[in-house]
Design a protein. Structure first.
Length: 248
């Protein structure tokens, strides 16, 4: 191949990147998937043009065999692998936020929901059992945190109710003294920020309208009052959606 061919190839590649591929990269995960499919298509066309397609099919066949062999293990451990890989990504530790993991925080509880697996948990930040996850507490300890929130943090009270009704429905019953506080709806005059809205919906800064709508729909399907959620969380999710749409 002549140097002229390489120059032409580089020129075409540069034009494709700036006119099309660059926009794909800015679309987040869907754009990256499209870009990967384009690259695979180009590789296939190149191998077909050079007579190497049979070798490519042999490689793909061997790869598919291995994928089918380990697929059950991947499905079983997918939630754990996602959390591990998400926490290892650059910037994950600094922001404290993983895409697809919704977070609602109060002074007492930092609750998270994995949108893919539906796994819900919460970190105790104040009161009894500080530093422990709700899933680490026995029933008596969980009710102690509930009682503390009843007296000090009504918003956290709603989070514990949601956690218990979803994660421990068979053993949970509200303490006998819950009538004095749980009937009162928590109120907050704080205006929701864009960062807080992203945390609630589990979105990255590059999220677009389609991502916002999809995350809202996914969360409401799990945390709507008719599906084990609460009016408080539903209001938070709706407010987060509106906040991000207004910020576009």
């Amino acid at each position: 191949m002549t140097p002229l061919f390489f120059i032409a190839l580089l020129t075409v590649g540069w034009l494709l990147y700036h006119l099309y591929l660059k926009n794909l990269l800015q679309q987040g995960q869907p754009g990256k998937i499209k870009l990967a499919l384009i690259v695979l298509g180009v590789i296939f066309l190149f191998m077909a043009a050079t007579g190497r397609a049979p070798a490519l099919f042999a490689i793909l066949g061997a790869a598919m065999t291995q994928i089918f062999r380990i697929a059950p293990l991947l499905i079983r451990f997918a939630p754990s692998l996602r959390r591990i890989l998400g926490s290892a990504m650059p910037g994950a530790a600094a922001s404290g936020q993983q895409a697809g993991v919704s977070r609602v925080s109060t002074a007492t509880i930092d609750m998270t929901l994995d949108q893919s697996s539906g796994e819900i948990d919460g970190l105790v930040k104040m009161g009894p059992y500080v530093g422990k996850q709700l899933s680490q507490l026995n029933l008596s300890e969980l009710k102690s945190v509930y009682t503390y929130c009843q007296q000090n943090d009504m918003e956290a009270l709603r989070l514990i109710q949601t956690y218990a009704s979803r994660a421990r429905p068979d053993e949970w019953s509200e303490p006998d003294n819950s009538d004095s506080g749980s009937s009162r709806q928590p109120t907050s005059d704080t205006v929701m920020t864009v960062d807080e809205a992203r945390q609630i919906l589990g979105l990255e800064t590059s999220a677009r309208k389609q991502d916002i709508v999809q995350a809202h729909r996914s969360l409401m399907s799990r945390l709507h009052p008719d599906k084990g959620g609460s009016n408080y969380l539903a209001a938070k999710i709706n407010a987060a959606k509106q906040c991000l749409l207004d910020a576009l």
